[in-house]
Design a protein around this ligand. Structure first.
Ligand code: PMP
Length: 394
């Protein structure tokens, strides 16, 4: 008898990420890709990681290669707690769970906080990877009104908040839009959520990548008992390390720890020890400014190219940090169709529609400016400008 693999309903509902499908095409070397969400490899501190690895293997080889506690390597948890405490509110290390990338944090949160049909509030648009992670647990998404400054707190009614398991938001240089939430909105959001008794989930991998503007306080620092915070070493050190963290009030953290134990026992001891060794003397404070400088220059380069090449009917934001620019096409234009034409001419980007939990806006797209060198930014944006002009004229 042939073996039957009956997939779970959950697995049957899984679909491949639109971004992953596109990335397959963009692996061809001739393609100028603004599609990926990858940090620039030029920022990876290779020498520092080599030294840290050697030191760990020299000084604590057995411990570094052994299983470890699910919560994470204690000195690293302490280091994370201390760094986050710079934001004003004291964060104890007992609230920190080290995860295998912050993407795992999203999955664990889904497992711990979402039942089938649970209301989950998200921005419009929101991080695709979070929508995918939460979708596995079949929530009912509600998409909150958002503008160029993030969630429009004034436009949210108490009914919209009522009964939500959490509100997932990205206040700093959001993926996909690159937008940042101003201080007044942050305060209003924290107050709104606290009044409604709804936890905030703050996803913050880009918080330290500001191009010069002042850092704004995290939602976590404004209300540590009402916020679950997620951070990552992916954008400030290297994503291949797969190292992130979740900060949560103790009773939620305990459940996340149990869920993580079932998922992978713990985050790789080796990565944790190497990263701790690499960052413990303040290295990130010296390293991050070099990332900011590079990304800031790249961003200006792309903005200048957009200004030069894109027709006036198309608009975009001017990010103050992060890795992305968000483009709005005139209503009626479909960025998915544009992508097909762009790929024929060896240029790629990510269509905006998959970033919407409900009511996808097909006239939007995301451009990453961090990995493509200046002259290729010019060439790629020129192609997109030509295609857009032809579309608009048609
Ligand atoms: N959250 C956001 C908003 C992201 O953009 C990403 C990575 N693209 C992640 C979480 C996951 O990052 P990691 O798992 O590498 O920490």
């Amino acid at each position: 008898m042939t073996t039957t693999f009956t997939l779970s309903r959950r697995a049957q509902a899984l679909t491949s990420s639109a971004i992953r499908e596109i990335l397959k095409v963009t692996e061809r070397p001739e393609v100028i890709s603004f599609a990926g969400g990858l940090p620039s490899p030029a920022t990876f501190p290779v020498e520092r990681m080599r030294e840290a690895t050697e030191k760990v293997l020299r000084e604590a080889p057995q411990a570094a290669l052994q299983y470890g506690p699910t919560e994470g390597f204690s000195p690293l948890r302490e280091w994370i707690a201390e760094r986050l405490s710079r934001g004003g509110a004291r964060i104890p290390a007992s609230r920190v769970l080290v995860t295998t990338g912050s993407q795992q944090g999203l999955d664990l949160l889904g497992k711990v906080l979402i039942d089938e049909g649970s209301k989950v509030l998200v921005e419009t648009p929101s991080y695709l990877g979070a929508l995918q992670a939460f979708s596995l647990f079949s929530p009912q998404f509600a998409s909150l009104p958002s503008d160029a400054q993030g969630i429009v707190t004034d436009a949210i009614s108490p009914e919209q908040m009522a009964g939500a398991r959490f509100l997932y938001c990205l206040p700093n240089f959001q993926n996909p839009t690159g937008r940042r939430m101003p201080l007044e909105r942050r305060k209003a959001l924290v107050e709104l959520a606290a009044r409604a008794g709804v936890p905030l989930v703050e996803d913050d991998p880009y918080g330290e990548l500001s191009y010069g503007g002042e850092a704004l306080p995290s939602l976590l620092s404004m209300n540590p008992d009402g916020v679950i915070y997620m951070g990552s070493f992916s954008k400030v050190l290297a994503p291949g390390l797969r190292l992130g963290y979740v900060v949560a009030p103790e009773q939620v953290l305990a459940k996340l720890v149990q869920a993580k134990q079932a998922a992978d026992l713990h985050t790789p001891t080796f990565s944790q020890r190497v990263v701790y060794e690499a960052v413990q003397d303040g290295f990130l404070d010296r390293h991050i400014p070099t990332i900011r400088a590079l990304y800031g220059t790249q961003c200006q380069h792309m903005l200048a190219a957009l200004e030069r090449e894109f027709p006036e009917e198309v608009t975009w934001n001017r990010p103050e940090g992060g890795m992305f620019i968000w483009v709005q096409l005139p209503k009626g234009l479909d960025s998915g169709k544009l992508l097909a034409k762009a790929v024929e001419r060896n240029v790629a980007f990510v269509p905006g529609a998959p970033f919407y939990a409900v009511d996808p806006q097909t006239n939007t797209l995301r451009l990453s400016f961090v990995t493509v060198p200046g002259e290729k930014i010019d060439a790629g944006i020129k192609v997109l400008g030509e295609l857009l002009k032809a579309e608009i004229a048609a």
